[in-house]
Design a protein around this ligand. Structure first.
Ligand code: FAD
Length: 820
């Protein structure tokens, strides 16, 4: 096996060692700056509350695995978890959480106020509206589990070096070769795993890798004994009551014998500069460790007041001990896992909670030993951030917001508050003039809808009139979306596609490179092809469009920066192995822009501003052509994501506004509207267009995702080819299917469980109102055996919404509208 050096003997580092050992790797060294019996990182004082349920399927799966592993080590006190609601909004949110849990197979129950008090008799009598009980949650003995795992892995040959500070990473030819330590000792390594917790950015800097985490101080206290608890727990850290979350006030609680541990997130964010922490002392105690900072009792006063109100039995107790513990926050609240994009062999597993620790370690060990993880890691990939999201000020700003919002009720479309206006397309000013309501994606401002289209709503035919929506699904939404969808189906819509990634793949090895990595036939000159990137096990990494502009030059439409990192690494490898077949990869998103012009009038509009023939005869579907629009060179791609005829139009950023203005002016005769992402989202769903990261991930193969038509029959020798041999639509146990909602109005938003006869059979990926068919439409993973017309129930905020499995796509299955 490879020579592995892990930096950090916290709960993550030690679990990584254990997971590698259990997969047969045996040349592993763990280096820790603190003493091994108590290293002094966040794990050393973690109170260990494990609440498993999260809107992210991946994080929840990390947590369930962590629980099972801690149970196997006898390091988990499964007292259950109770999340209480003191507002109606929270109660609704807990119902939503119950739905997520059900779709992931975790048993939970919504409790009434009395039941909450039965589970937790110390709760006050009034003001609790209900709660969510999760019987399998509980308390991790985090630090103890680390010691047990050290013992176990030592017996398997893992070498541990305590009080050894890592000071540098050796590299040669783009690979890590060793780890340097204070005192001059160098540990050779093929693979370095940085599991340095909140010190992660410091280690990353040693290889020039920005690690976007912010160390943050968080208040935690232990109370004096509580009289009502006397004699209840024999051990000082014993507990029988469920772990308790009072998220409306940013608080959580655990029993500690006859005392309580209380954590508070209600204070202002307190970023910590790790360079001020100094070196870990040779002897670490609970009172003296780098992750423990001094505590302000005044700052904790509101928390104490709220606590004695919630748990009156604590009124006669005091704070026995309090500290500000240091832990990591990230711009989007998810951990950082994966290989540094620019250097082989340097891996990261950081910003990981105890809750997710063993799950993260397992995923990383799976990638190292097997090339991929069972779970989709795209939401945790260290490569998921745009360059604009890696600056110190961006990280500080967004990770601080993450701290403030850690217990907030999060709407799936809630836009980031700041920084805003970071990346704007050349159409931005024009869009603002049209009353664009922008949401943020990857730093980009992307119009969701345009207020200028408001008056069109009243003119909609009755079958298109927007239905009333519940409060939750009305957020970040407007009835204007119906008008934009209608105009796209009846005249034309102009969509800003600038925030979609564009990558240039060029060089003598470009075609071979794309042929090797993708599932479809690489496009001929003058053609675009929609294709997939698979991993070695056949899971879908991404979907791409490949436009071949010259023999050795492709413009690739891709998804996240993870695609870019993958391409860059693979191109580096190819160029190294066969220099005459070198490939260059360049992200051109920033310097370019793109529009989608779609609708029955699109041809008339574009014909008014170009001399080029864009009829289907001259440029058939999937054709690409360099054209001139009002004198500007534009790449026109005859492809549609909304089911209407039209083109993606790409040009350099500096020409964007001129192209917009020309099309806009010409469009006025034809009822052209500017249309936003919300209309796009709805129209694409009617056409069954799947979106990467939501509708499909590495956890699904092309047959499960309903994307088998993107695998060219007979093509061999592409990544993932051998894995999908023998698989088919019929062999897939579950498939992504279209559903429509029976009553024609009840909204669902995504992530909800789907039931048949009271049993969970699958889950919704995405949903929207399908204006063209007059009812909500959704995609859901369902057992393959389910047939069109089968009835299902979708759980939305605890209510059952009746839906029916339908043909896919639900709108214009023959694509007749694209042929005209
Ligand atoms: P750490 O435990 O910090 O380990 C990293 C190790 O790397 C350290 O031991 C450090 O010494 C070592 N290291 C760093 N730099 C170097 C170097 N240059 N050379 C050698 N070694 C180095 N999580 C939950 O799930 N539930 C909770 O209830 C919970 N409560 C918390 C309460 C508080 C007050 C705090 C502070 C955290 C809490 N957390 C909780 C978070 C949790 O404790 C951490 O996320 C988790 O312990 C991180 O584990 P780790 O192994 O990544 O990091």
């Amino acid at each position: 096996s490879s020579k592995v050096v892990i930096i950090g003997a916290g709960i993550v580092g030690v679990n990584v060692a254990d997971e590698l050992v259990s997969r047969g790797w045996n040349d592993i060294t763990v280096i820790e700056q603190g003493p091994l019996n108590m290293p002094g990182g966040s794990t050393s004082h973690a109170p260990g509350l494990v609440f498993q349920v999260n809107s992210s399927k991946t994080l929840t799966s990390f947590a369930t695995y962590t629980v099972s592993k801690l149970l196997s080590l006898d390091c988990f006190n499964q007292v259950g978890g109770l999340e209480i609601a003191t507002t109606l909004e929270r109660l609704e949110d807990l119902k939503r959480k119950h739905g997520w849990a059900s779709s992931l197979g975790i048993e939970t129950r919504i409790l009434g106020p009395e039941e909450c008090r039965i589970k937790y008799p110390l709760l006050k009598e009034d003001g609790i509206l209900g709660g969510l009980h999760i019987p399998s949650d509980g308390l991790a003995l985090a630090a103890h589990s680390v010691q047990l795992l050290m013992e176990r892995t030592r017996r398997a040959g893992v070498r541990y070096f305590g009080q050894t500070l890592v000071t540098g990473i050796q590299q040669a030819n783009g690979r890590t070769t060793g780890v340097m330590t204070k005192g001059g000792l160098v540990f050779p390594a093929d693979i370095v795993v940085s599991a340095a917790g909140f010190w992660g950015a410091k280690i990353g800097a040693m290889v020039g890798l920005p690690v976007p985490l912010l160390p943050m101080a968080h208040q935690y206290v232990k109370t004096t004994p509580v009289a009502a608890q006397a004699g209840k727990n024999s051990l000082p850290n014993g507990a029988q009551l469920p772990i308790l979350r009072y998220q409306d006030k940013d608080l959580y609680y655990r029993e500690l014998g006859d005392c309580f541990g209380i954590g508070y997130y209600g204070h202002d964010p307190k970023p910590v500069d790790v360079s001020t922490l100094g070196e870990t002392p040779p002897v670490v105690t609970q009172q003296r460790m780098p992750s423990r900072l001094s505590f302000s009792a005044t700052e904790f006063e509101p928390a104490w007041e709220l606590t004695t109100d919630l748990l009156p039995a604590l009124k006669n107790s005091y704070i026995a001990d309090g500290f500000d513990g240091v832990l990591s926050f990230t711009p989007d609240g998810s951990p950082l896992i994966g290989q540094a994009p620019h250097i082989d062999g340097f891996w990261v597993a950081e910003a990981v909670w105890v809750t997710h620790s063993a799950g993260v370690a397992r995923a990383l060990a799976e990638i190292l030993t097997n090339g991929r993880s069972e779970l989709d890691l795209s939401s945790c990939d260290i490569a998921r951030f745009e360059e604009a999201q890696l600056s110190e000020c961006y990280i500080k700003n967004t990770a601080s917001q993450d701290f403030v919002q850690v217990y907030d009720i999060v709407h799936p479309f809630r836009p980031r508050e700041s920084p805003r206006g970071l990346r704007c397309s050349p159409f931005h000013e024009r869009q603002k003039d049209l009353g664009a309501v922008f949401l943020e994606t990857g730093g980009w401002e992307r119009p969701e809808w345009f207020e200028a289209n408001k008056e069109l709503v009243a003119q909609l035919p009755s079958s298109w009139a927007p239905r009333d929506r519940d409060t939750w699904s009305s957020r970040h939404y407007s009835p204007v979306v119906a008008a934009e969808a209608y105009k796209t189906r009846t005249s034309a819509g102009l969509y800003d596609l600038t925030s979609s990634r564009r990558i240039e793949v060029a060089g003598p090895g470009a075609a071979e490179f794309l042929e090797r990595l993708t599932t479809n036939a690489v496009s001929d000159l003058g053609k675009v092809v929609h294709t997939l990137l698979l991993d070695a096990m056949g899971g879908i990494r991404s979907d791409l469009t490949l436009s071949r502009l010259h023999e050795d030059y492709f413009q690739v439409g891709a998804n996240s920066p993870i695609d870019l990192a993958y391409f860059t690494r693979e191109a580096r490898e190819q160029s190294k192995l066969s220099p005459r077949k070198f490939v260059s990869i360049k992200d051109i998103t920033g310097g370019t822009c793109a529009l989608g012009l779609w609708g029955p009038s699109a041809l008339d509009i574009i014909t008014s501003v170009t001399d080029d023939d864009l009829s289907n005869q001259a440029l058939p579907p999937n054709g690409i052509k360099k054209i001139f629009i009002a004198g500007i060179a534009v790449l026109a791609i005859n492809i549609s994501w909304v089911g209407e005829r039209g083109w993606e139009l790409h040009t350099s950023a500096e020409f964007g506004r001129h192209v917009w203005d020309s099309l806009w002016k010409a469009g006025q005769t034809y009822d052209l509207v500017a249309a936003g992402r919300a209309a796009f989202y709805s129209l694409r769903l009617e056409k069954g267009v799947r979106l990467w990261g939501i509708d499909f991930t590495t956890e699904k193969d092309p047959f499960e995702a309903g994307l088998e038509h993107l695998v060219q029959p007979g093509k061999v020798e592409f990544v993932g080819h051998s894995a999908i041999q023998g698989r088919s639509r019929t062999s897939a146990s579950s498939r992504l299917r279209s559903l429509t909602v029976d009553d024609g109005k009840s909204m669902i938003l995504g992530n909800e469980p789907v039931y048949v006869d009271g049993r969970v059979v699958g889950y919704i990926t995405t949903a929207a109102f399908g204006f063209s068919i007059g009812r909500p439409v959704a995609l859901a993973y369902l057992p393959s055996a389910m047939k069109e017309g089968d009835a299902v129930d979708v759980e939305y905020f605890g209510r059952s919404v009746k839906a029916t499995v339908t043909s896919d796509p639900v709108f214009d299955p023959e694509n007749s509208r694209l042929q005209t």
